[in-house]
Write a protein that binds this ligand. Structure first.
Ligand SMILES: C[S@@+](CC[C@H](N)C(=O)[O-])C[C@H]1O[C@@H](n2cnc3c(N)ncnc32)[C@H](O)[C@@H]1O
Length: 306
């Protein structure tokens, strides 16, 4: 086992990184208040709608959230929900509650973030019944673990740890029964960019070494997967994602707010990408070729999970 590195929570740089989870949640809260997509849970993490955001920012978040959700849902449907999800650097993300509402739950949904962020999230869950009720509904025994830094239930687990400490991450995920034999989806939405290239490669490498049937979806950087043991990797810039999302919904959100400078949106979208990598020992057919076919698959291959 590698020597564990100390990563003190008090570090100023880490504090700046942690604050990015508020930026993301505030922006998502604002976009949902304008009707870009529906999220009844984000209000419990950010109470006020906050300052106005420019339409291109809202459309950028729309493309990011819809693009990630399409890939995630495609994985769940391909595995018939007989899988687990690990959301790395989840922040105050609300995907667990969306999947519960849509009857599309994996066997277990894990989230990882810094202990300080996890403590805040758990406090919100404890004190807000609309957040705690779905969790209790999906838990069958009396073994619910809910303390300041960790939550573990049958279907949802939140772990406070540093993603740069791979042995620590692995130990905690194992403790809460992450199963290397189960198809596994890793999500990292705007997270790897806060690690050095070496640290993020180690993380992506660990995922590829540990799970034989898996997918890794990363919003932001593109060039990291094929060198790290994944069988297939693909990427789309967000301009392309925007153009292959269901166009009736895109037309709907474009009517929400007038966008004066289309070039600004274009520049913003071209700057980001979603990339994904897969390995498929179980031959589930997880080599998702392009998001266009995933969008079709998600729309027409609909299937609930329990
Ligand atoms: C920009 S936020 C994104 C949050 C969430 N994925 C979303 O899109 O709403 C980045 C998140 O990554 C987390 N993060 C960054 N580096 C981390 C590390 N080394 N260990 C644990 N969490 C980390 C931050 O605390 C923060 O919650």
């Amino acid at each position: 086992m590698a020597t564990r590195q100390p990563f003190p929570d008090s570090d100023t740089a880490d504090e700046a990184v942690r604050s990015t989870c508020d930026d993301a949640t505030i922006s998502k809260r604002y976009a949902t208040s304008k009707g870009y997509w529906t999220d009844p849970y984000v209000q419990y993490f950010v109470r006020s709608v906050g300052e106005r955001k420019a339409p291109e920012i809202n459309r950028g978040y729309y493309a990011r959230v819809q693009g990630m959700n399409h890939l995630l849902d495609a994985f769940l449907r391909k595995t018939k929900c007989d899988c687990q999800i690990v959301n790395l650097g989840a922040g105050l993300d609300t995907t667990f509650w969306r999947l519960k509402d849509e009857n599309l739950m994996p066997r277990k949904y894990f989230e990882v973030d810094f202990p300080m962020i996890v403590a805040r999230k758990i406090h919100n869950i404890k004190t807000k019944p609309p957040l705690s009720k779905p969790l209790i509904e999906t838990h069958s025994t009396d073994s619910l673990l809910l303390d300041g830094h960790c939550l573990d239930s049958d279907r949802f687990c939140i772990i406070g740890t540093d993603l740069r400490d791979i042995p620590g991450l692995e130990e905690k995920l194992k403790k809460f029964h992450l199963n290397p034999e189960l198809p596994t989806l890793f999500l990292s939405e705007c997270v790897l960019v806060y690690l050095t290239p070496e640290q993020s490669s180690k993380l992506v490498n660990w995922a590829s070494d540990t799970f034989h049937t898996a997918m890794f979806i990363n919003y932001e950087q593109k060039e990291r997967f094929l060198k790290t043991g994944w069988e297939n990797a693909d990427a789309l810039d967000m301009m392309t994602v925007y153009s292959v999302l269901p166009q009736d919904d895109v037309a709907r959100i474009e009517r929400l707010e007038f966008l004066d400078e289309k070039e600004l949106l274009q520049q913003l979208l071209q700057h980001y990408s979603i990339c994904w990598a897969t390995k498929d020992k179980l031959k589930l057919g997880m080599c998702f070729g392009c998001l266009h076919s995933i969008c079709k698959y998600v729309h027409f291959g609909y299937r609930h999970c329990s």
